[in-house]
Design a protein around this ligand. Structure first.
Ligand code: PLP
Length: 343
């Protein structure tokens, strides 16, 4: 089966499993798991921040980060295609009473700087207080686009004047760093907090981290406990992250190259509509425009050919390349889609 639904379907390799099997463990709620402590140190160093916290998921990492920055009734500025706004069950509102101001996302993952400027609330009792800006990198809902440091610096100059903090949802920040050839600490130097996922392209079974200042992580630590995210011998999971940062992160360019080759192949199919120039990381988006096949028929026919894909609705589909997808299979996928849509 060729599973292209997401990079989250990646399985830990034999070497990764052996590595975590051999890793030292302790009770992380007591702060005594050496593997968790090592991973947190490694990640805070990589991102050039004071501290980091291991959490079960990217959703929890974002939720805790927003809760740590904001009080009830405060406002978060974010993109209308952002993961926090679309795909996290409204958690910041449900658990934090936090209001959101949604701005239009461009296809390259950014938001107009003037839109951000105009969304900042005046000090007036009619308004909520603008506390936090959340940006995403790479931007999943915007073609997996990587966003460069320059953009964050421009934004930071504006929001700083209003005492608004910057959180980066970096579920795929490792892909952004590789695609832009920019070290993580440079890419996130303007951020007050960052979340990142080990369970996407890095192929770990479970786990995300929150990165920020000592004070911020201390707050996040209490919030993690209150949300039920304190884990005991979590080193078994954290060790996978240690392995992945050393062995998988440097190889993400292979996923990006495979995506580019596959996108070029798909772009020659006239029943599909897509823009190859938008493919900059491991995500490919295309539209099934000139075919009689319904979205469901398309997915089902792919499945008959041992290819798994998700429909995103409105004729939109996403392919994610990843470490368990091999370059040899690109031709098979392109040819299968080509023959299907022509029927
Ligand atoms: C996957 C993802 C998350 C959430 O991660 P989970 O571990 O699935 O909760 C957050 N933001 C972005 C951009 C993502 O792609």
């Amino acid at each position: 089966m060729i599973d292209l639904r997401s990079d989250t379907v990646t399985l830990p390799s034999k070497e990764m499993k052996q590595f975590l099997f051999d890793s030292p463990l302790g009770d992380d709620v007591y702060g005594e798991d050496p593997s968790v402590n090592l991973l947190e140190k490694k990640v805070s160093d990589l991102f050039g921040k004071e501290d980091a916290l291991f959490v079960p998921s990217g959703t929890m990492a974002n939720l805790i980060s927003v809760l740590a920055h904001c009080n009830r009734g405060d406002e978060v500025i974010l993109g209308d295609k952002s993961h926090i706004f679309l795909y996290e069950a409204g958690g910041i509102s449900a658990f934090g009473g936090i209001h959101s101001y949604q701005l239009k996302n461009h296809d390259n993952g950014t938001i107009n700087i003037t839109d951000i400027q105009n969304s900042i609330r005046r000090d007036d009792s009619h308004y909520p207080i603008s506390k936090l800006l959340c940006l995403e990198n790479t931007h999943n809902g915007c073609y997996g686009s990587p966003v460069d440091t320059k953009y964050f610096t421009e934004i930071k100059n504006i929001i700083n004047k209003h005492n608004i903090k910057l959180h980066i949802d970096g579920a795929r920040i490792f892909n952004a760093s590789i695609a832009l050839n920019t070290p993580l600490h440079e890419l996130t130097k303007e951020a007050d907090s960052i979340s990142c996922c080990l369970s996407k392209g890095l192929s770990c079974p479970v786990g995300s981290l929150i990165v920020g200042s000592k004070d911020f992580i201390q707050k996040a630590h209490r919030l993690r406990k209150s949300l039920g995210g304190g884990m005991r011998q979590a080193g078994l999971l954290a060790a996978a992250g240690i392995y992945a940062l050393d062995n998988i992160y440097p190889k993400l360019n292979i996923d990006h190259e495979n995506a580019k080759i596959m996108a070029e192949g798909l772009s020659s199919i006239k029943e599909l509509s897509m823009d190859v120039s938008k493919v900059k990381t491991n995500l490919i988006f295309f539209y099934l425009e000139n075919s009689n096949l319904s979205d469901e028929q398309f997915i089902n026919k792919l499945l008959e050919n041992n290819i798994k894909l998700d429909a995103k609705g409105n004729r939109k589909f996403r392919i994610a390349t990843h470490i368990n997808f091999k370059k040899n299979d690109i031709d098979f996928v392109v040819e299968t889609i080509q023959s299907m849509v022509k029927q």
